[in-house]
Design a protein around this ligand. Structure first.
Ligand SMILES: Cc1cc2nc3c(=O)[nH]c(=O)nc-3n(C[C@H](O)[C@H](O)[C@H](O)COP(=O)(O)OP(=O)(O)OC[C@H]3O[C@@H](n4cnc5c(N)ncnc54)[C@H](O)[C@@H]3O)c2cc1C
Ligand code: FES
Ligand code: FES
Length: 1321
């Protein structure tokens, strides 16, 4: 393997263990930590590397991206691996990709960045001037939780030839020519700002300068005699045959051994399902497996071709052959575009895909309808079998035999009057397994439209691909018309039946999709028939044609408008400039060190947890004996070991670390296994035997908690005006409720820590990825019974946190530190993604009940609200979350009479915790839903009702704090204007009249986000500034860098603006996100130092910092100072229901437009406009980054992010495969962000505002735009009455709300007649 310019490492039969994957090998063995672990299952792209192989026959080198977490090291013989370290570094020269992603602000926490860089780098190696389509394709397998992708796309676009244009020609006009970029000018001082970076500065991309393929490997490939290689490990043997004969012999000898090609199916099974293969056969460059034969009976493709290669081959064939012959190839290409990400498509083989027979395979349903043939070979000879339903269901007489190999697949050409289509619907448009997919083929034989052959297959429905064979048989001979469709739908529903308790849930949705796809196929074929013979076939009504188009657009354009630097500002003053994140380049080169990137400490141990498999149970016994006898195991600790230090109290309730006699949720920590390595610890953990006895009651849902009166104390209530009296005078009263699901933080860096005993005076170094080091220090000190000064907590950076790295991190740190102390050895604990998702909890699910009293004109005079949050098994921050929910529920509205009560429900789920927005995204959604319903009742647009109820300039909140909402109104007005709301509303309505199966929706929401930490003490901060004798300065402050750029802003305001510190009234910094530990001020430290230096500077004004520092030293003047900020005044009296809990308010507005597919529930955000009041922006690039990153996270929350729990309380969604955060395909096609002109805000330092959290709520503009679109569909279908949609608005909910003849046709199960796969919690 070739890894770095000066680092050669060759895979040989002696030096690698077949069980080792490339990712741990790179990170732990070779100490190349730029490649990151994000999920371990190919789903996130953080581990992307480039693999290059030389083919001695074609003399060509193939470069492709791959997920290092799924690449067995043995499969890399003769391949070159390029990691992020290999393409550029700050020590030599950074690569243009690294430079541009950093300078275009495409990094925040930076954890996803090396993977992004390698995906783009590989693309550029193959296409130095890629199209936008290739770009989005290349990044489809890379997730980022921070940026919202816009800046990453902007960086990539600089490599494209046509970078300026969105390439989406709506009405034939490019977006840049449509006037949408002509944003209204600010009243004063600022103007549209085209870019946040200067393209002219960028290093050019020179393909001739790239790393060459290592000649050693070329020579090896050309010269070395080829022979089977055997890699032997402790438990496993790996054979790599190089000829077909050897392969067949091995398969004969080891018939049960899998033939590993891409390892994307075998790998996850081994990793996540514990499957073990003692022997693996992995063919290497066997030509017969890569054949491409164009024959008279169709195309024959080698089983060893990667899915990416298959896609390219098909694209070529489709171009060259007449359309009627390529129906199947086009359908396959459609699915190959969205199947997984580019990395997986380049690794996975066609043969592996077919033979795996995954129930949700995208290709098998298509191949199954296409009369394809599998060419098999064994030592005994050749055989051909049809790729049929029987093969797919593994019927013994139709299956491949254990000693056989799939050599190739024949895919016949389609014939005249034959049509093939592919359909799929997934939770996310791309890189997501389908909920249901389908392949459909019809053959008429001639012009008469009589069905001669019909084949329909579905994936996602059962344990295998299912063919609706009998149904198809029954309609043969019928005409292609609506009666046939109706019969076919009923037959198929009957044949492809799905029990109510089917795994994966969404049963009614799946049933509906089965026939919705069939309807789409019917329309597609009808339209083609019409085109082919316009006389014979009736015209499809224009209205219905909309069923056929796909929503997906891969083009993106954005405009940004930010504050201009005032003319009076010093040219060298960096405040207000879009300065790159200080660590941007280090993120992009992989040099930024995260917790688990730290080298192994001598004798280090690894700690892993054994967690409860029951949601509410008594622990009857724990048997550790077998686990303790496993190799490498050092200790297993239970609650008994921790004894009197097994808990900690931060709020009112004590949190226990390891379960004592009972468990209260699945995922409850029970014991901690300590071993020499991670692998040993994990293996031993599986051998711990715990016997449970289930306890009653099992409370999972909010409704169950209400029923059992299971609440944490206290409940909270806020009352303003006289609600009961007001209800007596209003025109209407309505009551409703909305349920909102939780959210997983999905920080890209999982919980990680390393605790190192210093070996002296009991001191401990704790290296930890946390937002709240003070808490970690306290909890560790308490657990070790040490004074806090013995515990040193180090946090260099955090790979995303969003609220999830506080309390659970503390618990894990306490146990890890206990272990380190007990054994006097360093202990590392890094959670796997699945463990992290299971254990750590997330955003609170909410149930909101409302009763609104309002007038005919939409004025809401009385509002009575109840909030219930699902807090989980322990209190954590749940009380604070409901408090913030109550205090922020008014959002931008003045409700003259208001009552809001909130309860935190105690349930048997992992404890939910802080999450960006802290209760506001839930409370705000409940309020906005109520407003939407009021509007519907009044026959007004929701925007009108929003406007009429909005705060006026000077006003009072329900807790009697005064606000000045001038900027709220301005944001609203600007957003209305910038989004051309009124004109577009008309266009949307016209679209909806003209299209029956697609609907558009438009919605705008305002934002008032109060900022404050609840108490003065929580907001205090200290900074320590040292000036060194060489003139350099060190600022140490309490802010944690988790991607928001706090250090960058600090440098902008503290170091470079010394003159500011001399003249009061300049600009400064407040936290862009509000973690509990920061909000800081080093300003007075700088002032103190400057005051001391002033006499020296005035004596030698031309001197340098070095001169002044040296003089100060000589004169014994201290060059260190501490700055201290007491925190803002903050109080809230819950008894009286009044106070001043917040210091200031962030205002904003967002308008989103979506299009939905009423038949599938798919949606696409077409455009979003955001206007935000940021006070005075210290760094517009960072501020915009926070706004759009939070917006996309919010969009995910309200639309696609869905956690599923079983009725026993087991979390099903434990990785990126099951839980979908927004990917690049979810970005709005157009995104426009505008910051209000600078406004003075006397409450904050230098008038800046904290922006990290508020933007999440704006994501609900997409929710309400979908709501608008669904309402339009329902109105057209004659469905009246209130439309109540719960969050997230997934494809399932959208589809089922767009009721039609298909939703009516499906069978429904009686509630209670079956055990559902999941329960809404
Ligand atoms: C993150 C991720 C996302 C995915 N997303 C999608 C998706 O959206 N849609 C979708 O359809 N699929 C998806 N998949 C599944 C993917 O398509 C399959 O895992 C893949 O095609 C399997 O190919 P492979 O070469 O990696 O198989 P391997 O894992 O190498 O092998 C799989 C099986 O096939 C057998 N086999 C392989 N080749 C032969 C041969 N020539 N002869 C006999 N037996 C053989 C092996 O013995 C083994 O049992 C995804 C997978 C991952 C990891
Ligand atoms: S770590 Fe490999 S894809 Fe996530
Ligand atoms: S910057 Fe992408 S995950 Fe943080």
């Amino acid at each position: 393997i070739f890894l770095k310019p000066k680092m050669l490492f060759f895979v040989t039969e002696k030096n690698v263990d077949p069980e080792t994957m490339l990712l741990p090998y790179l990170r732990k063995k070779l100490r190349l930590t730029g490649t990151k672990y994000g999920c371990g299952g190919g789903g996130c792209g953080a581990c992307t590397v480039m693999i290059s192989r030389y083919n001695p026959i074609t003399k060509r080198i193939r470069h492709h991206p791959a997920n290092a977490c799924l690449i067995p090291i043995c499969s890399l013989y003769g391949a070159a691996v390029t990691t992020v370290e290999g393409i550029g570094s700050t020590h030599t020269r950074i690569h243009p990709v690294q430079e541009r992603i950093a300078k275009c602000h495409g990094t925040q926490c930076g954890f996803c960045t090396p993977g992004m860089v390698m995906s783009i780098y590989t693309l550029l190696r193959n296409h130095p001037e890629p199209t936008l389509d290739q770009l989005t394709d290349a990044l489809g397998g890379n997730l980022c939780r921070c940026t919202g992708y816009r800046p990453i796309i902007d960086a990539c676009k600089t490599f494209c030839k046509t970078s300026g244009c969105c390439q989406s020609k709506e009405n034939g006009i490019c977006c840049l020519d449509q006037g949408i970029n002509e944003l209204p000018e600010f009243e004063e001082g600022s103007e549209t700002s085209p870019k946040l970076f200067t393209e002219e500065e960028f290093l050019p991309l020179d393909p001739t300068q790239e790393l060459i393929f290592p000649p050693e490997l070329m020579i090896m490939a050309e010269k070395q005699p080829q022979r089977t290689r055997m890699f032997g490990g402790e438990r496993m043997a790996w054979f790599s045959p190089v000829t077909l004969k050897e392969l067949l012999e091995l398969k004969f000898k080891y018939p049960q051994a899998p033939v590993v090609m891409g390892n994307t199916s075998v790998g996850p099974e081994v990793k996540f399902k514990g499957v073990f293969h003692p022997v693996i056969i992995s063919p290497d460059r066997i030509e017969e497996l890569s054949v491409v034969i164009h024959a008279s009976n169709g195309l024959t493709l080698g089983a060893g071709l990667s899915l990416a290669q298959v896609k390219d081959i098909l694209a070529d064939v489709v171009q060259k052959l007449p359309e009627e012959k390529t129906q199947m190839y086009q359908a396959l290409m459609k699915h190959l575009r969205t199947l997984a990400g580019s990395q997986i498509r380049n690794m996975a083989s066609l043969g592996g895909h077919i033979i795996s027979r995954h129930p949700d395979s995208d290709l098998n349903p298509l191949l199954a309808v296409g009369n394809c043939t599998l060419n098999l070979l064994s030592k005994e000879g050749k055989r051909q079998i049809p790729l049929s339903e029987h093969f797919l269901s593994k019927c013994p007489n139709a299956d491949i035999k254990p000693q056989e190999i799939l050599i190739s697949v024949n895919i016949p050409y389609s014939r005249k009057w034959e049509f093939v289509s592919a359909f799929r619907q997934a939770q996310r448009q791309e890189n997501a397994l389908a909920i249901v997919n389908s392949g459909m083929r019809v053959f008429f034989g001639e012009e008469d439209g009589i069905i001669r052959e019909l084949s329909i297959s579905y994936g996602g429905i059962g344990p295998t691909t299912i063919c609706a064979k009998n149904s198809c048989q029954k309609v043969i001979g019928r005409h292609w018309n609506e009666e046939m469709l109706d019969t076919a739908c009923r037959l198929v529903l009957d044949e492809v039946s799905l029990p109510g308790s089917a795994p994966g849930g969404k049963v009614e949705f799946k049933r509906t999709l089965i026939i919705s796809f069939l309807f789409k196929f019917y329309l597609e074929v009808s339209q083609i028939l019409k085109k082919m013979n316009s006389v014979h076939y009736p015209r499809l009504a224009d209205k219905y044609a909309s069923a056929l188009e796909d929503l997906h657009s891969r083009h993106h354009c954005s405009t940004l408008k930010y504050q201009k630097i005032g003319p009076k500002q010093h040219p060298e003053d960096p405040v207000g400039h879009p300065i790159m994140h200080l660590s941007g380049v280090k993120h992009a080169t992989g040099e930024a060190i995260y917790c688990d990137d730290m080298p192994l400490v001598d004798q280090e141990l690894f700690l892993t947890f054994v967690t409860s498999s029951r949601a509410h149970a008594k622990i009857v016994s724990i048997d550790l004996s077998e686990a303790l006898s496993m190799p490498g195991v050092v200790d297993i600790m239970t609650a008994e070991h921790l004894s009197d230090v097994n808990s900690f109290c931060f709020f009112t309730e004590t949190e226990t670390f390891l379960a004592t006699d009972k468990v209260f949720c699945v995922g409850h920590l029970v014991c901690a296994v300590l071993a020499d390595s991670e692998v040993q610890a994990k293996r031993a953990a599986k051998r711990v035997k715990i016997i449970y006895q289930d306890l009653e009651p099992l409370i999972l849902t909010i409704e169950e908690a209400i029923q059992h009166n299971s609440f944490f104390k206290p409940e909270r209530k806020l009352e303003y005006g006289n609600v009961d009296e007001a209800f007596k005078v209003v025109d209407h009263i309505l009551e409703g409720e909305i349920h909102m699901g939780g959210q997983e933080h999905f920080y890209m860096e999982t919980q990680s820590m390393l605790v190192v005993p210093k070996g002296e005076d009991q001191e401990m170094d704790v290296y930890v990825s946390t937002q709240f080091p003070k808490y970690i220090q306290d909890i560790v000190a308490s657990t070790l019974k040490l004074p806090a000064n013995k515990v040193m907590c180090h946090v260099r950076r955090v790979g995303g946190a969003f609220g999830g790295k506080v309390f659970k991190t503390g618990t894990i740190a306490a146990v890890t530190a206990f272990a380190a102390n007990k054994h006097g050895r360093a202990v590392r604990c890094v959670l796997e993604r699945g463990e992290d998702m299971l254990i750590t909890g997330g955003r609170h699910p909410y149930l909101g009940k409302y009763k609104a009293g309002f007038m005919n004109d939409g004025r809401i005079l009385a509002l009575d609200m109840e909030h219930y949050s699902n807090a989980g098994a322990s209190l954590d921050e749940s009380l604070l979350v409901i408090e913030m929910g109550i205090l922020k529920m008014d959002n931008a509205y003045k409700f003259p009479n208001l009552r809001c009560q909130a309860w935190a429900c105690r349930t048997n789920l992992p404890s939910n915790t802080a999450f960006r927005g802290f209760g506001f995204p839930q409370a705000g959604l409940i309020t906005e839903s109520c407003i939407t319903e009021v509007a519907a009742k009044c026959g007004l647009s929701p925007e009108k009702v929003r406007m009429i109820n909005m705060y006026k300039e000077i006003d009072q909140t329900p807790y009697k704090q005064e606000i000045n909402a001038k900027n709220l109104a301005q944001c609203w007005r600007e957003c209305m204007a910038m989004s051309s709301y009124s004109q577009r509303k008309v266009v949307v309505e016209k679209f909806n009249v003209e299209n029956y199966w697609k609907k558009k929706g438009l919605a705008m929401v305002p934002l008032k986000f109060p900022v404050g930490l609840g108490s003065r003490a929580a907001g205090q901060a200290t900074a320590l500034v040292h000036i060194y004798l060489d003139g350099s300065v060190l600022v140490t402050h309490g802010g944690i860098e988790m991607g928001q750029g706090v250090h960058t802003k600090m440098i902008q305001v503290r170091i470079l603006r010394w003159e500011d510190c001399l003249s009061p009234g300049g600009r400064g910094c407040s936290e862009p996100i509000v973690p509990p530990n920061s909000s800081l001020d080093g300003r007075n430290a700088c002032q103190t130092l400057l005051k001391r230096l002033e006499p020296i500077i005035s004596k030698n004004p031309k001197g340098t910092w070095k001169d002044w520092a040296q003089t100060a030293f000589n004169e014994s003047i201290s060059l260190s100072a501490v700055g201290y900020f007491r925190g803002y005044e903050s109080d809230m009296n819950w008894e009286k229901g009044e106070g001043h809990p917040f210091e200031y308010f962030v205002y904003g507005a967002a308008c989103s437009e979506v299009e939905i597919d009423c038949l599938t529930g798919d949606h696409k955000t077409i455009r979003t406009d955001i206007v935000m009041d940021v006070g005075c922006s210290i760094n517009p690039a960072l501020d915009i980054g926070q706004i759009e990153g939070a917006f996309i996270q919010g969009m995910g929350l309200y639309t696609i992010e869905e956690l599923n729990y079983s009725p026993q309380g087991v979390l099903h969604t434990r990785g990126p495969d099951q839980y979908k955060i927004p990917a690049i395909c979810d970005m709005p096609t157009q995104l426009h962000i505008s910051l209000l002109p600078p406004s003075q805000n006397s409450n904050t330092l230098y008038s800046s505002k904290g922006l990290g959290e508020s933007g999440v709520f704006l994501g609900c503009s997409v929710f309400f735009a979908i709501h608008d679109a669904v309402s339009a569909a329902r109105r057209e279908r004659g469905l009246r009455g209130p439309l109540r949609l719960n969050s997230p608005l997934t494809p399932e909910k959208i589809r089922m709300a767009c009721e039609d003849k298909f939703t009516k046709m499906i069978p429904r199960d009686e509630p209670g007649s079956y055990v559902p796969w999941n329960v809404p919690i």
